[in-house]
Design a protein around this ligand. Structure first.
Ligand SMILES: NC(=O)c1ccc[n+]([C@@H]2O[C@H](COP(=O)([O-])OP(=O)(O)OC[C@H]3O[C@@H](n4cnc5c(N)ncnc54)[C@H](O)[C@@H]3O)[C@@H](O)[C@H]2O)c1
Length: 381
């Protein structure tokens, strides 16, 4: 029996992975950290967690954990990841990967220097729909993909204040206080999962001019960021967290030369659909079919997920996210959603701020990769 991997969670949202951790036989939920003592004790008591910390560094330094899930506010992600890695702990980190370009370079360097596992917890990549489409892309069912769309439309500006006490939250500055696409990876991550092996090399960001609400936030009322990949393909990502409209956080499209996929749209024929050629239907690219007509192409682990795994959330997605992190630690091999994907996808958002504040000019995205030369670690404008 291998030694159990002892995991600590930081921040209340860390609870989103608890069900996944509990479904892993060789994992111990060993510690919780939250600066708010009541929250720390509430989570600790609910899940019977023995070690509790208010100060992140105390958990990172402790010999009671092997790995840490960072789910504290965005601006703490890189400082805490660097600290955890420094003290020999594997890291899984919530979105986004970091708050400045420098942070992203430091993070890649620190993961390489320590050889510890870093996993990017981009849970939207793990939904059954995204994984089913990936499997169909891999089998060539859409032909060669050349255009992708990802949208995160979530009117959530009320989160700039905590509802329970009226105190200003970190989101007012680190999300709604930014220009451009401050939250890119829920939209970009799934689409890049379908453009396997490609990298975003250049972006331009566009936003409606002027302000269309009385919220008093710096954030644009909706941005569209156009991305070129190194293969010349185009990905359009849109984020809008202030406009008056219903939520639609998982809207995607994929166009290939033999057909396309479109996510559910919320009304009428609003379920996920594909238009593809098949043996029986050579003109299938001209009309819609439900995506789940092709559910046999789901990866086996989704097809045969146990009830426990499905209960972890997002149709088993949250379980497989945790499982891949734990497996990476066991195998001592970086996961698919690694530090370079975290850095590239996060950089698209950070650079979109620079683009939209400079007349939507095109900005090069650095090629984050192992042993990236120092002279490439800068932003070219
Ligand atoms: N993947 C997703 O779908 C998803 C959804 C929501 C939030 N998130 C991410 O999760 C993170 C947290 O978001 P949230 O909505 O839970 O925020 P929140 O402000 O509601 O909660 C943050 C928690 O962290 C604690 N905390 C704050 N600063 C701390 C510190 N320095 N040390 C220890 N604990 C600290 C707070 O007491 C609170 O319990 C963010 O990075 C956000 O982007 C991801």
């Amino acid at each position: 029996m291998p030694k159990k991997i002892r995991v600590g969670i930081a921040g209340a949202r860390g609870q989103s992975i608890i069900q996944g951790l509990l479904s892993e036989p060789d994992v111990e939920l060993a510690a919780v950290c939250d600066i708010d003592e009541d929250t720390m004790n509430r989570i600790g008591d609910t899940y019977n967690i023995p070690n509790r910390y208010r100060i992140f560094e105390d958990m990172a330094m402790s010999d009671k954990v092997d790995a840490i899930h960072i789910a504290t506010p965005m601006e703490t992600h890189v400082p805490y990841a660097l600290c955890a890695l420094e003290f020999g702990k594997h890291v899984m980190c919530e979105v986004t990967g970091g708050s400045t370009m420098d942070e992203l370079f430091w993070l890649c360097e620190k993961v390489e220097e320590t050889g510890l596992i870093y996993m990017y917890a981009e849970n939207y990549c793990y939904t059954p729909e995204v994984q089913l489409v990936k499997s169909m892309v891999d089998k060539g069912m859409f032909g060669k993909p050349y255009y992708g769309v990802g949208m995160y439309l979530h009117n959530c500006s009320d989160l700039s204040t905590y509802a329970h006490n009226g105190v200003t939250s970190w989101r007012k500055y680190w999300q709604f206080g930014k220009r451009g696409n401050f939250y890119p990876t829920h939209s970009l991550g799934p689409v890049m999962t379908w453009f396997e092996g490609e990298h975003v090399t250049e972006i331009s960001c566009f936003a409606p001019k002027g302000c269309h609400n009385d919220l008093g936030l710096r954030q644009d009322d909706g941005t569209t960021t156009m991305c070129y990949t190194d293969k010349g393909n185009v990905i359009q990502i849109r984020v809008d967290c202030t406009s008056n409209r219903p939520h639609q956080m998982t809207y995607y499209q994929l166009q290939g030369d033999k057909g396309m996929y479109q996510a559910g749209t919320g009304l009428g024929s609003g379920s996920p659909a594909v238009a593809i050629r098949t043996g029986e239907d050579p003109h299938g690219d001209q009309h819609w079919r439900p995506l789940f007509d092709f559910k046999d192409y789901l990866p086996d682990r989704y097809k045969f997920a146990s009830d426990d795994q499905k209960n972890a959330g997002h149709g088993g997605g949250d379980f497989f996210l945790v499982h891949d992190f734990i497996q990476a630690i066991r195998d001592n091999k970086q996961p698919y959603y690694d530090v370079y994907k975290a850095a590239e996808w996060t950089a698209v958002g950070l650079l979109s701020d620079l683009s939209v504040t400079n007349g939507s000019r095109a900005i090069e995205v650095p090629h984050f990769r192992p042993k990236m030369p120092r002279e490439e670690m800068f932003t070219k404008i």
